[in-house]
Design a protein. Sequence first.
Length: 741
Amino acid sequence: MWTINAQERIPEVEALLRKMTLEEKIGQLNLLTPGGGVATGEVVSKNVEAKIKAGQVGGLFGVAGPDKVRVAQELAVKESRLGIPLLIGSDVIHGYKTTYPIPLGLSASWDMDLMKQAAQMAAREATADGINWNFSPMVDISRDPRWGRIAETAGEDPYLGSKTAEAMVKGYQGSDLAAAHTLLACVKHFALYGAAEAGRDYHSVDMSKIKMFNQYLPPYKAAVDAGAASVMTSFNDIDGVPATGNKWLLTDLLRKRWGFDGFVVSDYTSLNEMIAHGLGDLQAVSTLALKAGLDMDMVGEGFLTTLKKSFDEGKVTEAEITDACRRVLEAKYISGLFDDPYRYLDSKRPEKDILTKENRALARKLAAHSFVLLKNHNDMLPLGNKGKIALIGPLADSRENMLGTWAPTGDFNLAVTVLEGFKNVASEANIQYAKGSNISNDPEFAKKVNVFGPRIEVEERSPEALLKEALDLAKTSDVVVTVVGEATEMSGEAASRTDISIPDSQKKLIRALVDTGKPVVLVLMSGRPLTIPEEFELPVAILQVWHPGVEAGNAIADVVFGDYNPSGKLTATWPRNVGQIPIYHSAKNTGRPAPENEEFQKFKSNYLDSPNSPLLPFGYGLSYTTFEYSNLRLNKETIGQGESISVTVTIANTGDYDGEEVVQLYLRDVVRSITPPKRELKGFQKILLKKGERKEVTITLFPDDLKFYNSTLEFVSEPGEFEVFVGTDSDAQLSKTFTLK
Ligand code: NOJ
């Protein structure tokens, strides 16, 4: 744990603060991006250089590589009056150069060890390139797949989200933040960013405190408890005050209630955006944000340009500025930057640490573990390494769509396409490719998606010609594998969709391929849950692969050809239609629950035109083998407050393959003072079972697992009956009850 005991401040930092002018303190609160690299002439903004020298910059991002970072660091260390080194930030969201699956995919592995390894690898690579601060993990809960940034989350569940948050923070930060291969984590986006109304990015958030505390805040708290060094505010407002200027959020909750001792940075110009939110001019919002508890201002320079004036006018105090500055300096101290500002700048490290064979092997493993087998009609998968395979679809040979959204440090040119992966892994098979369709036929839509370069290419050949070529190939093949879904930038920031189905061009292709009568495997790529009710009804196999990263093709081939038996489980519910959104497994019963059999009943909580149940529940995912659950038992029937209880179940691998299973435990608090969810995830274990093997799995429910935030926001457990469910997904049927005295 790196955090500082506020009572014992760091003497070196205190001594430095005593030497600093007010302007220099304000300078430390300024985070800039020169947009490319400080050392490369043209892209160096003159102002950034001058500001660093003038002591007006606390950190940079968008600068990487030991040599470039050294130039920036030398400006600060050698040419500013006090020589205070810079924080060097970056968005290392799913791997640095060795890009691994998008976070939503990674979370589907439910494998905390693997996630930690992923974060460690990312930290090693990023620090080798001079980065000492990472704008990750993003731990926002999202129950709205229309929101493009659900791709960057661990899904809908606060329990799983908390475990993931902890694993990532520990992976990035290790046990010594001054070590050359660890970096400061930044938990984001605080808070509730994933609950934007109607799934539209940056939209308002309005939520009860009870929902906040029980459903949305736990992962941020888990990250803070794991020792995260910094927190980034979110763009949205909460209770009418934007997070960046929200004192209740940043001071009362984060610092006072949770004891957070690190520093808080705004999101990109989120300070300035408080003007558009309607809270006043730049000086007013900067004052508000500082007083609320914001320490560092990303890009907008509101602090830099107005705080001195506000001080002169008596609107902020020097103590408030000093507090913020102290927190930034303490982070630098803990990173070891005061000891050696160049500690992350070893020019031999990139070659040694980045994109190594081991790292690529890990990325391949992470990808394979993130895939979710949604359907396996006739046990079509895995395929044999033989015969003629038609590999069809706009994503089958599309290098630029393999990494997934927000991989700014990665390079898609290094990605393995599905076609290449198939050829690598299934060398005995005859693999032939046809594109079959465009990702979308709509040039206007393509233009919006292609902001970072071509991701959707609308071919000059007509859709009919594309389709014909594919069908000709399919008809002469033994099996068809079609790789379809979303282009990389169809999810991510400012990439919300109101229709989350597979685009029409590809739907048509799928239907036509199935009509050939050949066995068809859908490899489905997306950054979000999709609505696929029609495709799901088809006699096909469906493997959901998200956006898998740099080893995409190899990992997909590993699973399709059975070198790895898929074990991923959905971490966000897949709705039947967008009208069901928000949809999540831990919903409440209501006073008029719909009947179990989902038959429509008037005056019950249901729809005229859709069942309530999702297409695919949270926690869902198949395997090439089958698992049987039996003999659920508890070690006690009654427990007292503060006691734990063990839940044991027997699981047998009854199929033909070795396989991994995520054993999931859900809990229902039957009666309590505020309406309980029907069930909530409260434990899981991922196990490997050899073919024919049987294992006992025990999951312990600890006292905190029985607690919730009540109407006065105290974290309590209330006496009464609890029902435990254990099984393969959130519809788990085996159940037992116990009583809390
Ligand atoms: C805006 C995004 O919301 C945030 O996640 C990211 O870290 C910053 N930009 C910096 O790139």
